[in-house]
Write a protein that binds this ligand. Structure first.
Ligand SMILES: [Zn+2]
Ligand SMILES: [Zn+2]
Ligand SMILES: [Zn+2]
Length: 241
């Protein structure tokens, strides 16, 4: 599969993306979007729809994963031997550099190992084949020697020219935690992300004409696959009434 397969998956038009101010992200409060590799002892609220975001509402997620903050190199440890690892410093520096550079974000995303989504319902997505973190179920991205410096969905937000503001979550419009398509993940307040759970996005037209009508009240619209279209934008343009 050529790396430029994403040219078929054009991002949403800028006008459809939330216009969030470019501010430094604060402590993230991302939902655990998938049931894979959930921390031991946790449960997931589930639905019958395979593409619906599987949010781990009862997890104290901030205790599981947070973006790293700059280390204090001279801060003594109890045994006076603590030093920030070279990798931790690299990760912090890389976050600072990459979050401000959407073009670099897209370059990093283009370098990820991918496969066109095979899971039912995710056919408009291009999946990253990295294993998800055992710790929190996210795909963590390593680049240029900075190990696991960002999770995939946050990188997609940065690539769209936005940052996560206070209270924001990286929200999958496609509900696919492996997705690498810029435009399928947006930054939005957690409450709006939660309201996408269970959304059908569209339903068959009652005229039985082969087209669909929108059933989603969210902005931007939730993404759900339908065969016969080259990407979500093609479907939006030609498959809807
Ligand atoms: Zn997607
Ligand atoms: Zn119709
Ligand atoms: Zn929706």
């Amino acid at each position: 599969m050529p790396a430029d397969i994403r040219s078929f998956f054009a991002p949403l038009k800028p006008a459809e993306l939330p216009r969030l101010p470019l501010k430094p992200p604060h402590a993230l409060d991302l939902p655990v979007p998938w049931t894979l590799n959930l921390p031991a002892g946790t449960t997931s609220s589930n639905t019958s729809l395979p593409w619906v975001d599987q949010t781990l509402a009862n997890s104290s997620f901030s205790s599981i994963w947070q973006p790293s903050s700059p280390r204090q190199p001279d801060e003594p440890d109890s045994d006076n031997e603590w030093q920030p690892s070279a990798n931790a410093v690299r990760s912090d520096e890389m976050r600072e550099k990459v979050m401000r550079d959407p073009d670099l974000c897209r370059e990093i995303i283009r370098g990820l190992p991918i496969v066109v989504a095979q899971q039912a319902g995710f056919g408009f997505c291009v999946d990253c084949t990295y294993r998800t973190s055992k710790e929190n179920g996210y795909i963590q991205v390593t680049w240029a020697g900075a190990s696991h410096f960002v999770c995939l969905q946050e990188l997609l937000v940065w690539a769209s020219g936005h940052w996560l503001d206070v209270g924001d979550q990286a929200s999958h419009l496609c509900a696919n935690p492996r997705c690498t398509v810029v435009g399928h993940v947006v930054a939005e307040p957690g409450i709006l992300n939660q309201r996408r759970k269970g959304c059908l996005s569209w339903v068959e037209c009652p005229h039985n004409c082969g087209k669909v009508v929108r059933a989603c009240v969210h902005t931007p619209q939730c993404i759900r696959f339908r065969p016969g279209f080259s990407n979500w934008e093609d479907f939006r343009a030609n498959g809807f009434h």
